[in-house]
Write a protein that binds this ligand. Structure first.
Ligand code: ASP
Length: 308
């Protein structure tokens, strides 16, 4: 049996069973499973963890159920600005984009930044120009429009309120991410988001920040986060899981517990993360009521869950 493993998330927050009809729950689980299956197929063919996380995140970006790619939330100007990052545990190469518009799959643009530029993080119009040059697939505004997220934005438009997509009473949640271990023993992580509803000043969260929302290092683990981005940046959450393992010798499970249940709460950091270590152990943990999540390990069984 190949020791390959993959985990995905679709955001964490106040996801309550009473806000999710059985049909919607089924739709979320199906979308998570589709992403798992597509990423797992890459790994099962001996493909790289880096390819697997990109494929899995693309599948989640293409689903309007999640706040990434199609279905991204609206900013204060009624537009979609997306952030994404990807990291390869093999050589610590990383790429990221922030505040990009009209890019169908921001995660693939992040990968191009990693492979075809001298930079790690590019943003806004510059990133759009780079996307053009790289012949990245673009879509018009209509593609990203989602009535539910529009109504959600209208509730706070014109105010100073910003909203975490998954931390209000409604039914549509989050940022997406993936972590993987491939048959060669390499790790990778990827994260993609539309950020926060009604955000302004080109606010950028943790998702495109290497070390905050995404981190991968073959020595220890790969991590993708979701939650209140400002807190995750201040906690340097994803890298902290790595650091606790590397410098303190903690297990993956213990390192994640410390970050999710001690360090983040101390900084008002609601949310969660998915992580995988070099042995293929997977930990999916969160400090709020729910997190859309899924995993597949060496046994090839696909598992998805939403609530605790
Ligand atoms: N972490 C993301 C951000 O702050 C939001 C999320 O996880 O849904 O932009």
């Amino acid at each position: 049996m190949m020791n390959i493993a993959l985990a995905v998330h679709g955001g964490a927050g106040t996801i309550a069973p009473e806000h999710l009809t059985p049909e919607r729950e089924q739709a979320y689980r199906a979308a998570l499973e589709l992403a798992l299956k597509q990423g797992h197929a890459v790994l099962a063919e001996g493909g790289a963890a880096l390819d697997a996380v990109e494929v899995a995140v693309r599948a989640l970006e293409d689903s309007p159920l999640f706040n990434a790619g199609k279905g991204s939330v609206f900013n204060a100007d009624g537009q979609h600005e997306m952030d994404a990052s990807i990291m390869n545990g093999l050589d610590l190469q990383a790429g990221a984009v922030a505040s990009v518009q009209n890019v169908k799959n921001p995660i693939s643009l992040a990968r191009r930044v990693m492979e075809n530029s001298n930079h790690v993080l590019i943003s806004g119009l510059g990133a759009f120009e780079f996307a053009h040059k790289q012949r990245i697939e673009l879509e018009d505004d209509q593609y990203f429009f989602d009535q539910f997220r529009y109504d959600q934005w209208k509730e706070v438009a014109g105010t100073d309120q910003v909203q975490l997509d998954h931390s209000d009473k409604e039914r549509k949640f989050g940022t997406v991410g993936a972590v993987a271990l491939d048959a060669q023993g390499h790790l990778a992580a990827a994260t993609s988001t539309g950020g926060m509803t009604n955000k302004k000043w080109q606010r950028i969260g943790d998702s495109p920040i290497i070390g905050a929302g995404t981190y991968a290092n073959d020595e220890t683990c790969a991590v993708s986060c979701t939650g209140h981005g400002e807190s995750f940046i201040r906690a340097v959450a994803a890298h902290d899981v790595h650091a606790l393992m590397a410098y303190k010798g903690l297990s993956l499970e213990e390192a994640v517990r410390v970050v999710v249940h001690e360090k983040l709460p101390a900084l008002d950091g609601d949310g969660g993360l998915i992580a995988i270590d070099r042995a293929g152990r997977i930990v999916l943990d969160f400090n709020c009521p729910g997190m859309y999540r899924g995993q597949v390990g060496a046994d090839g069984v696909f598992r998805t869950a939403i609530f605790r």
